[in-house]
Design a binder for this molecule. Structure first.
Ligand SMILES: NC(=O)c1ccc[n+]([C@@H]2O[C@H](COP(=O)([O-])OP(=O)(O)OC[C@H]3O[C@@H](n4cnc5c(N)ncnc54)[C@H](O)[C@@H]3O)[C@@H](O)[C@H]2O)c1
Length: 259
């Protein structure tokens, strides 16, 4: 049975009740994990308030600001984990960002600044957080990140985020190779399109969802809960032989050659 009792799980990337990270946090909690949440702080403290209210039913034992562009916040997050939890078992990396201008139109117009920003937040951050988690995963662990088909195939308007996801998927393999001897597994879930804050920045996302509903073998797209269930599996001992993989949770869309 899937049981995460006694496991300490840090979940990044909850912005609201549509966030994939929210679906994951709920399923980890249901499986018995002790939950810690990080949020992206803003000057007026709005995100902190909103996310705190949302996650209250999960009784998080840690609730911390962590902007992955802010080294001090990352360090402080993992220092707090060391102090309060002693060890970390599960790290959920469920965040990405690119400027809206870089998520539609001509890919060849991507700016150097937009490219660097998207790659830093969406791909480099997995290296940063995994490096910080490594010394705390003293009893082994599981790291799960979120990717999308646009990192493997050309999807209209996904543009620079496709490059970031390609880098992210390769990060998964290099990290899995390095951390495996410490029994830390690193995997990605490639989710089908879901309406969220981040995905609404991608031009034509609703058309993409409708297309998937017509073409995917299951004739629908997926829910945050389905992604959360797959994440819980990848974080549990049921997946103890799996590392360095990209698991498609996309109602089967990825297998289709024509649609
Ligand atoms: N929604 C989809 O269709 C879909 C499909 C496949 C993969 N994904 C991936 O799932 C992940 C979660 O996205 P989502 O769709 O749930 O959208 P979302 O907007 O709910 O989540 C994105 C999160 O990234 C966080 N974030 C952005 N910049 C950050 C920074 N500098 N530091 C820390 N956090 C930062 C935001 O605060 C937000 O919580 C992303 O990696 C996304 O690419 C989404």
């Amino acid at each position: 049975m899937l049981n995460l009792t006694g496991k300490n799980a840090l979940v990044t990337g909850i912005a609201n009740n549509r966030s994939i990270a929210w679906g994951i946090a709920q399923q980890l909690h249901q499986a018995g994990a002790n939950i810690g949440i990080t949020y992206l702080p803003d000057e007026k403290g709005r995100m902190e308030k909103k996310v705190a209210e949302l996650v209250e039913p999960l009784n998080p034992s840690l609730f911390l600001p962590c902007d992955v562009q802010n080294e001090a916040q990352i360090q402080s997050t993992f220092e707090t984990i060391a102090e309060k939890w002693g060890k970390l078992d599960i790290l959920i990396h469920c965040l990405a960002f690119a400027k809206k201008d870089d998520l539609s139109g001509d890919f060849s117009k991507t700016t150097r600044e937009g490219f660097n920003l998207a790659l830093e937040i969406s791909a480099y951050s997995l290296i940063q957080l995994s490096g910080a988690a490594k010394p705390l995963m003293t009893e082994g662990g599981s790291i799960v990140t979120l990717t999308y088909l646009g990192g493997v195939k050309v999807i209209p308007n996904y543009n620079v985020m496709g490059i970031a996801k390609a880098a992210l998927e390769m990060n998964v393999r290099y990290l899995a190779a390095e951390l495996g001897p410490q029994n830390i597994r690193v995997n990605a879930i490639s989710a089908g399109p879901i309406r969220t804050l981040a995905s609404s920045a991608v031009g034509g996302i609703l058309d993409m969802i409708h297309h998937v509903e017509e073409v995917a073998p299951l004739r629908r797209t997926v829910t945050q809960t389905e992604v959360g269930n797959a994440a819980a599996f990848l974080c549990s001992d049921l997946s103890s032989g799996i590392t360095g993989q990209v698991l498609y949770v996309d109602a089967g869309y990825e297998i289709m050659g024509m649609g």
